[in-house]
Design a protein around this ligand. Structure first.
Ligand code: HEC
Length: 142
């Protein structure tokens, strides 16, 4: 019976149709409630995701401590690996101190990186932090 019910659409057997209906009721209800719940679940998940994104950035901003804006510290832990000696000498990346490049160019490069040679930091640092990195680079004396 249940097998016939599960098989479902055998309409050539009228005597079974009542049972088929009964057999189908539970799966149908389950499916229906899934259909009702599913969009809610995914919306909830999305909402949660964007909430955590939303709350992450203001939080990151409001919790920017002096250390988070310490350009030298940020540079040495994120950039120094390629920009040697705190940016004073070329390594995997070019020397940054005493550069002729514009602030705009530097900020763009830091945010977008360069495919194959430098990672993009636009999603890592906020504007203030990138500003602090720029200020640090500009403040290098040699
Ligand atoms: C994996 C190595 C690597 C890391 C890590 C890295 N860079 Fe770079 N960076 C490079 C390379 C390579 C270039 C040269 C790209 C090109 O060809 O224009 C570059 C270019 C730059 C430039 C432009 C310099 C110029 O004169 O063209 C700036 C500014 C810069 N990086 C800043 C940073 C900062 C700030 C960080 C850390 C947040 C950082 N970089 C992390 C490799 C790196």
């Amino acid at each position: 019976m249940t097998m016939a019910g599960a098989a479902g659409n055998d309409l050539s057997l009228p005597p079974l149709s009542a049972n088929t209906d009964a057999g189908m009721r539970i799966p149908f209800v389950t499916a229906a409630s899934l259909v009702i719940i599913w969009p809610w679940l995914s919306t909830a998940a999305l909402a949660q995701q964007s909430n955590s994104l939303d709350s992450a950035s203001p939080q990151a901003k409001s919790e920017v401590s002096p250390n988070d804006l310490d350009g030298r510290k940020m540079f040495s832990s994120n950039c120094g690996f390629c920009h040697q000696d705190g940016g004073r000498h070329a390594g995997r990346g070019p020397k940054l101190s005493k550069s002729e490049r514009s602030d705009e160019f530097f900020v763009e490069r830091i945010k977008k990186g360069k495919t194959g040679s430098m990672p993009a930091y636009g999603a890592v640092f906020n504007e203030a932090q990138i500003g602090a990195l720029l200020a640090y680079i500009r403040g290098l004396d040699d």
